[in-house]
Design a protein around this ligand. Structure first.
Ligand code: NIG
Ligand code: FE
Length: 419
């Protein structure tokens, strides 16, 4: 049996809960001073304070945290990890004031990445995504959700989903996969939208048979897919046994949230334009409001009404939305710092929103998302005096080390190479 003791943790922060954490409960984070974590075969067996000497024995790996702080491994539950190329050629248009949807309409945006993704080989996509995963790990992320969506035809979507499958096997970060075939309408379907929807519904069957995704997502937005089209795809996906997530209310509110909630979506994502009525609706459900503040930052758009959502009693998570168009940054710590400064979320709320609540949104809450007995030992140690400091000193990487399933995978901001 492999035993590990992490000791001399100055403060250990965790929100232990058996249901999505809603409203003011998001602030109920416990903070243990002078803490330790005792691990056997990758599973947390004890979390306590001070008297760690009782665990010290001969066959134990000792890890001295040297007065750093411990949090559950971060969970980034909305990324578009796999894509070809990049979009810096659109950056000047964007900062010159051209609108995100205008760029998409002119054949750029998502459609430009689709062209590059179709042309990229499996290896190119794999290597590019692996570099991003390494960055994420260095920022203390131990689990992500990742979507396809830059293929828009079955062959390319399957290629991207298979890249994710292989990365999940080879990389320390756990990847939960979402099929986002309805990410944009390909130009060739612009006069026949229904044909594309019908094709997506057929493709869902293939994805299911090949067991390539757990979740299905749709981009419900003006100029992309309507609420009716979203409903048609989600209902079919649900019928086939997929769990649902929806890009909705990013730019305009067109009914996607209501459709998502009616279909018990695990998460509704973006929500910058969510209506007051829909805020009350989501607060009555266990659907997680997944906010993506880095996207507002990069697109110079409104920020989601996080305070209203939390004050109404919703369960909120925060994710990066890492993608080549609206969030070309793997720095999840910066996302969380933007959540503090721009969403006006409090440090404890953000800890909940980046650990236990995204675990609920991914249905992995019994295994990860908090530091408690019998959970997997996914732990991030931060070189911070306390949790407030993590948000206050922004823009840098605070990671000291990362444990994944009880194994040290990042030490002193370097990925530990297995011998
Ligand atoms: O979540 N909004 C839709 N999809 C992505 C952006 C994709 C892109 O621009 O490449 C998002 O922001
Ligand atoms: Fe997204």
């Amino acid at each position: 049996m492999e035993k590990v003791l992490i000791y001399d943790i100055k403060y250990l922060y965790t929100n232990n809960n058996t249901a999505p954490v809603k409203g003011d409960k998001m602030r109920s984070v416990s903070c243990l001073e002078d803490a330790y974590i005792y691990i056997e075969d990758g599973i947390i067996k004890d979390v306590g304070t001070k008297d760690w000497d009782k665990y010290k024995c001969n066959d134990l790996s000792l890890y001295n945290a040297e007065g750093t702080i411990a949090i559950p491994g971060l969970i980034d539950s909305h990324t578009h990890l796999v894509f070809g190329g990049s979009r810096e050629h659109e950056f000047s248009r964007k900062i010159g004031g051209e609108d995100y949807l205008e760029i998409l309409k002119s054949g750029g945006g998502i459609l430009s990445t689709v062209r590059e993704t179709k042309n990229a080989s499996f290896e190119e996509l794999y290597n590019q995504a692996k570099r991003s995963l390494d960055e994420m790990l260095l920022f203390g992320v131990t689990t992500i959700e990742a979507k396809s969506g830059y293929g828009l035809d079955l062959e390319t979507e399957v290629k991207c989903l298979e890249v994710l499958k292989k990365l999940n096997m080879n990389h320390p970060i756990d990847i939960h996969v979402t099929y986002l075939g309805a990410h944009a309408l390909p130009k060739e379907y612009s006069n026949n939208r229904q044909e594309f929807i019908t094709q997506i519904k057929k493709d869902l069957l293939v994805i299911k048979e090949k067991n390539l995704a757990d979740f299905v997502d749709v981009f419900c937005e003006v100029g992309v897919f309507t609420a009716e089209e979203t409903k048609e795809i989600l209902e079919e996906a649900k019928e086939l046994g997929f769990r649902l997530r929806v890009h909705t209310d990013e730019i305009k509110s067109i009914g996607g949230t209501e459709v998502a909630l009616k279909n018990n979506a695990k998460t509704i994502d973006h929500l910058m334009a969510i209506t007051d009525e829909d805020i009350l609706r989501v607060a009555k459900t266990d659907t997680i409001a997944n906010l993506l503040p880095s996207t507002s930052f990069f697109l110079n758009k409104e920020y989601a009404p996080a305070r209203k959502l939390i004050d109404a009693g919703a369960a909120v998570s925060v994710s990066s939305d890492y993608n080549p168009g609206s969030t070309p940054s793997e720095n999840f710590q910066l996302t969380l710092q933007i959540a503090a400064n721009k969403l006006r979320m409090l440090p404890n709320e953000i800890l909940t929103a980046a650990t236990i609540n995204p675990a609920f949104g991914l249905d992995i809450h019994t295994k990860v998302g908090s530091l408690e007995k019998e959970k997997i030992a996914d732990i991030t140690l931060l070189n911070c005096k306390n949790l407030d400091y993590f948000f206050y000193h922004y823009g840098i990487n605070h990671t000291r080390s990362v444990f994944k399933k009880g194994k040290l995978v990042v030490e002193n901001r370097n990925i530990v190479k297995e011998l």
